[in-house]
Design a protein around this ligand. Structure first.
Ligand code: IPE
Ligand code: IPE
Ligand code: MG
Length: 246
């Protein structure tokens, strides 16, 4: 049976946008210029997903561990986030993109957190692409905050702990209302998850490319989609069983 082409397009793509620093260092430029250049690839990835009819795109922009970088680099990243929010939100809103920031937003400067909340509110009614930007995000934090929410409900007598199973737990992790991640992409050559979406990528297909994030364009993303279409997702079944289900 020829696989249904439509069924082989991921609904949800998650990307670890890695390699900005090395892109700059190779050009003897400050690392912050690599981050700035990486914003073009962010725009390209959003446009790519809109054109290909991808339902959800989750971008890892700043991890909970990235605070440990030199103050100068963290400061430059925060300035870039502020400017990007001011510059891009109009266009995202006009293009029916719903923007959500996922992570512990309380750690950001009030000026920045306020803009993130405003962008989320402004685009809340949009539906053609769910754009999730993970900032001060860690996969372990996500699982811990879900556990805390459930424990709080149980302590209040609102939830019987015996009823907590994977389905109940899944409702409390970030992106619970979106399809599970089908395709996990990491650019920049490293083959690790770096505490990105741990729960949500349980059955994602993993794709690694040496291309540094600022060099990513539609051709790089098309190569990832082509590889995804070739994969057989078995979910623990035999190949014959998986093919029978389609
Ligand atoms: C990813 O690029 C962007 C962030 C972590 C904010 P890096 O800055 O990690 O780039 P490399 O890995 O040092 O090249
Ligand atoms: C992961 O990249 C975080 C982001 C892309 C935002 P890092 O460059 O921080 O990850 P490590 O240090 O290689 O694990
Ligand atoms: Mg890196």
């Amino acid at each position: 049976m020829v696989p249904d082409a439509a069924a082989r397009v991921p609904r949800h793509i998650a990307i670890v946008m890695d390699g900005n620093g090395r892109w700059a260092e190779r050009r003897h430029l400050p690392r912050s210029l690599g981050h700035r250049e990486g914003q073009k690839a962010v725009r390209a990835a959003i446009e790519f997903c809109r054109r290909r009819g991808i339902a959800a795109l989750t971008l890892f922009a700043f991890s909970s561990e990235n605070w440990k970088r030199p103050d100068e680099e963290v400061g430059a990243l925060m300035q870039l986030f502020l400017k990007a929010l001011d510059r891009e939100v109009d266009e995202l809103a006009a293009n029916d993109v719903r923007v959500r920031f996922v992570g512990e937003l309380g750690a950001f400067a009030p000026e920045l957190a306020q803009r993130m909340h405003a962008a989320m509110q402004r685009t809340a009614g949009n539906a053609s692409l769910q754009l999730n930007i993970a900032v001060n995000y860690g996969g372990r934090w996500d699982i811990a905050q879900a556990a805390r929410a459930l424990a709080t409900a149980a302590a209040r007598g609102e939830l019987d702990p015996a009823t907590i199973d994977e389905t109940v737990f899944a409702r409390h992790v970030c992106l619970a209302d979106q399809p599970p991640v089908d395709l996990f992409i990491r650019t920049g050559g490293e083959m690790r998850i770096s505490n990105f979406l741990l729960w949500q990528t349980a059955y994602a297909e993993l794709y690694f490319t040496d291309t540094l994030w600022p060099d990513v364009d539609a051709a790089v993303l098309d190569a990832a989609l082509a590889e995804f279409a070739r994969r057989e997702r078995r979910y623990g079944l035999t190949s014959a069983q998986a093919r029978a289900i389609g």
